[in-house]
Design a protein around this ligand. Structure first.
Ligand code: PGA
Length: 248
């Protein structure tokens, strides 16, 4: 049985004080849960938020990680630095990084490798744009995004990774993929990994992201290949995010 994972992504929102309040409301309200819960917060707040979450079941993630190990890369944060302060997860290849900051399939694969080397769990984000979906290219795009990482990192690395399927057209738009649309792609991703390594595919957590809200989470999480969610906008509200965490 795969454990579910519900991950918040605060993106570039809020002040330190707001982040602390949100984290402490989550820690206080989560209660006993079987599923794993994490929040990806802005780099600069990771240390302070980790103090608030200490002793709670909520893990911390970064929203990105450098594609190099160390050195003259001004402005970057390495996987070793994240590991140094106890960060469990790092998003790699979020569609906002791919579309606004030039992340390519190869640079995403390199970030993935850096995270794996430092025992930070990479959360590999994949997904198609609206034009790609309408052009019947969804599976082709998923193949390209996955295959570059498999070729670079090796399939074994996926035993220590998470995948998030985030159709770009559903992120922050209020348009969620239907349960069936999401399940179809999740199943495809698991089959593709299974084609290389069936046991790793069976254990792999595949999260859905894109306008997950308290009122649609339950049905999404009930699908057989959806193992939780990557939640943006709705993770900024403590009650809403807690409701989503309890929808598993
Ligand atoms: P959203 O964002 O829930 O606001 O659509 C999801 C994400 O980008 O991770």
């Amino acid at each position: 049985m795969r454990r579910s994972l519900i991950m918040g992504n605060w993106k570039m929102n809020g002040s330190l004080q707001e982040g602390q309040q949100l984290a402490s409301a989550l820690a206080a309200g989560l209660g006993d849960v079987q599923q794993e819960v994490a929040v990806c917060v802005p780099f600069i707040y990771l240390s302070e938020i980790s103090k608030v979450l200490a002793g709670s079941a909520i893990a911390l993630g970064a929203q990105n990680v450098a594609d190099q190990a160390s050195g003259a890369y001004t402005g970057e944060i390495s996987a070793a630095m994240l590991a140094d302060i106890g960060i469990k997860y790092a998003l790699v290849g979020h569609s906002e990084r791919r579309s606004y900051y030039g992340d390519t399939d190869q640079s995403v694969a390199n970030r993935f490798v850096q995270a794996i080397k430092q025992n930070v769990i990479p959360v590999l984000c994949v997904g198609e744009t609206l034009a790609e979906r309408e052009g019947n290219k969804t599976f082709q795009v998923i193949d390209e995004q996955l295959d570059t990482v498999i070729a670079t990192a090796g399939i074994e690395a996926f035993s220590k990774a998470v995948i998030a399927y985030e159709p770009v057209w559903a992120i922050g738009t209020g348009k969620t993929a239907s349960d069936e649309q999401a399940q179809e792609v999740h199943h495809y991703i698991r089959q593709r990994i299974a084609g290389v390594h069936p046991e790793i595919a069976e254990k792999l957590q595949i999260l859905y992201g894109g306008s997950v809200k308290p009122d649609n989470a339950k049905a999404l999480f009930a699908m057989p290949d959806i193992d939780g969610g990557l939640v943006g906008g709705a993770s900024l509200d403590a009650n809403g995010f807690l409701q989503i965490c309890h929808s598993v």
